[in-house]
Design a protein around this ligand. Structure first.
Ligand code: ADP
Ligand code: MG
Length: 239
């Protein structure tokens, strides 16, 4: 897989907010079907880089391309699980998951069926009619995961999806994510500030320095076969 041409290519990207340089000269590539994790301390620019990949922020310099084409704005072939809870509070879990297919013009019956299927895939069968405030933090992240995956995106971006969860829920959801990813094998870029999580989930790990002017300080492949259960794998078994 590593020999195939990159699905995501971040080339010499610098991201600024006014005079403030958040990240400088960052290079990243993600092959199709590869699970890349980006790890770094809070404020180093992880979300900023993901927003550049998604076309939500424009680099001050450098280029981002997806599947060989430069990113010039928001695209509909990316699934993005935002760091902040982005669910619409006045819509049910099912209606929130239906939004992507709705914007793509899918008919009501079909998108309802797809959304129901995806809620079941993320472990939320029976929760279709709950509103976000009636769900736990983990359940809301599951809804966000279904939102990110339902449209079969070329690239899946996930910004600290498990950070706010208790360790038990986190392990459960890490394993569920790996299982879903193994079914479809899309290119994934997942952010975390937890090195152990980065190594447990990633095919490859990119480490960012503390900001400002953060840059890539390490990039390494994770050698062993992917574990079947994250919680059972010790760090030192991964090398
Ligand atoms: P991380 O996701 O790694 O915690 P961020 O990408 O959110 O970091 O932020 C990187 C740096 O850029 C931080 O210093 C943050 O304060 C700054 N920053 C992020 N977004 C903005 C913005 N919209 N305006 C100004 N500064 C920002
Ligand atoms: Mg962030």
């Amino acid at each position: 897989r590593s020999a195939s041409k990159p699905m995501v290519c971040v080339d010499a990207v610098t991201m600024s907010f006014g005079d403030f340089v958040a990240v400088e000269n960052v290079d990243l590539t993600v092959a199709d079907g590869e699970f890349l994790t980006i790890v770094g301390p809070t404020g180093c620019g992880k979300s900023t880089i993901l927003n550049a990949v998604a076309g939500l922020l424009k680099p001050a310099s450098g280029t981002v391309s997806i599947d060989g084409a430069p990113v010039r704005g928001v695209r509909n072939d990316i699934g993005y699980l935002f760091q902040q809870d982005a669910l619409l509070p006045w819509k049910t879990a099912l209606e929130n998951v239906e939004l992507g297919p709705l914007f793509k013009g899918m008919g009501a019956a079909e998108r309802r069926e797809r959304a129901t299927t995806w809620l079941a895939k993320v472990g939320l069968k029976g929760f279709e009619d709950r509103y976000p405030h009636q769900l736990s933090g983990g359940q809301r992240k599951r809804v966000q995961m279904a939102q990110a995956l339902i449209s079969g995106p070329k690239v899946i971006l996930m910004d600290e999806p498990f950070s706010a969860l208790d360790i038990h829920t986190r392990h459960l959801m890490q394993n569920e994510l790996l299982r879903l990813w193994q079914e479809e094998r899309r290119a994934v870029v997942m952010i975390t500030h937890d090195l152990e999580e980065a190594i447990a989930l990633g095919d490859r790990v990119v480490v960012l320095a503390a900001g400002p002017r953060s840059r890539v300080i390490d990039s390494f492949p994770v050698a062993l076969e992917r574990p079947r259960d994250v919680a059972e794998i010790k760090l030192d078994q991964r090398f």
